[in-house]
Write a protein that binds this ligand. Structure first.
Ligand code: SAH
Ligand code: SF4
Length: 378
């Protein structure tokens, strides 16, 4: 994920700490929150308690349009129902514990604590023409890409759909406070969305609901390190979610050394799945390619990549590496990056260098989380 971090920790806005730190909850004890439910599920739950179904639409309106974070503010609901919902379907699966933003205020990172005491990050990015939130889908990640700070952490657990939706709602609220409207969601924070597929698709369904946020699936991008079966599964979904594939290398030897998952789903199979995806959906694939000095940035590698992608409806995002302390990799020089991009373009492959956002969200997320857990003030 790309965002400006060179000047990131420049201006901090502490968020008042909650009164008490919640105890650790097991998966079984983690409550279902309003953000976990589709409209139909909410209607059913309410109906089972004798509450009219239209209340569910009102709840979606207040939670996802008005963006209120407290049932008490939903004054259209009877007082008793509000009190009951606050206990049975809490509205706060996440607590913001720290916020960091760039000087220009265009990038805002929020560190959240989950009910079981995990820390995750969400990043909100303001652009002239759009407002994008980068959502985490797991605490850590099991894939273990060699250059990724999140990969170094290993996987603690999947986030629930409610925890993912809550990140989006908090970002929408934050954007609104800045006079902006959230327009895009990218699943490029911590974690591998295709290892938390059901929650990811549930997020799409919940946010798509017209009575609520009415967020078009085309404005949601899922980024994967290459779990082939789920690329096919995504292609068969009714929702037109955008696909980004983290490629990073045009051949198995190189890719396996960077993305261990490549041993299971090698480049040939991955590209075949991407071709099926394009054929089936008519949508282009975005390839993410983190450029690492002396590793995958040579002219010959660019030529090999161009050959690999020839004829495929795609776009390549070249992301200069954000070095992480845990890995011995560096970022190429600007001339090398430009040359790599030029070779792709000369061979007809659309490529964009993401200079301005030159840092991955995963590493950035890992950093803020690491700082926090090392005892930095929250
Ligand atoms: N797990 C998914 C999505 C989260 S990572 C995936 O791998 O696609 C989002 C993007 O950040 C991926 O393209 C990933 O390769 C990239 N990334 C991870 N670490 C990075 C780093 N140190 N510098 C630049 N990009 C990085
Ligand atoms: Fe996981 Fe993506 Fe990081 Fe790889 S790059 S370790 S898949 S979060």
């Amino acid at each position: 994920m790309r965002m400006p971090t060179s000047n990131l920790v420049t201006s901090e806005q502490p968020i008042p700490a909650p009164a008490a730190r919640p105890g650790r909850l097991s998966r079984r004890d983690r409550p279902v929150t309003l953000y976990d439910l589709t409209l139909a599920e909410l209607e059913e739950r309410l109906a089972a308690d004798g509450v009219p179904r239209y209340r569910a639409r009102q709840l979606f309106h207040w939670a996802y349009r008005q963006l209120v974070d407290d049932y008490e503010a939903m004054t259209v609901l009877p007082k008793a129902l509000r009190a009951d919902l606050a206990v049975r379907l809490p509205l706060a699966p996440l607590t913001a514990v720290r916020e960091v933003h760039t000087d220009d205020g265009e990038t805002i990172k929020t560190l959240f604590r989950t009910l079981d005491g995990q820390h995750i990050e969400t990043v909100l990015m303001f652009y002239p023409d759009r407002t994008t939130v980068c959502v985490s889908c797991q605490v850590g990640c099991a894939v273990g890409c060699r250059f990724c700070a999140t990969g170094m952490l290993g996987l603690t657990r999947n986030l629930t759909a409610g925890e993912m939706v809550a990140q989006v709602v908090a970002a929408a609220r934050r954007a609104r406070a800045a006079g902006r409207t959230l327009t895009n969601i990218v699943l490029m924070g911590m974690g591998e969305p295709f290892q938390n597929y059901d929650a990811t698709m549930r997020l799409v369904r919940i946010l798509h609901e017209p009575a609520g946020m009415n967020f078009g699936a085309r404005r949601i991008t899922v980024s994967t390190s290459g779990l082939v079966p789920f690329i096919d599964r995504l292609a068969s979904e009714p929702f037109q979610v955008k696909l980004a594939v983290s490629l990073h290398a045009p051949n198995d030897e190189l890719r396996s050394s960077l993305v261990p998952l490549n041993r299971r789903y090698p480049v040939g199979e991955l590209l075949a799945a991407c071709r099926r995806y394009v054929e089936r959906t008519g949508r282009r694939v975005t390839f993410e390619y983190v450029l690492i000095a002396g590793v995958n940035d040579s002219d010959a590698t660019a030529e090999e990549l161009a050959r690999l992608l020839q004829g495929l409806l795609c776009h390549v995002n070249l992301i200069p590496l954000n070095p992480t302390p845990a890995a011995p990799f560096g970022r190429p020089r600007v001339e090398r990056i430009d040359r790599f991009a030029a070779i792709l373009r000369e061979r007809g492959i659309a490529a964009t260098v993401r200079y301005s956002r030159g840092v991955d969200i995963a590493a950035a997320c890992g950093q803020l989380r690491a700082e926090h857990e090392a005892g930095m003030p929250a």
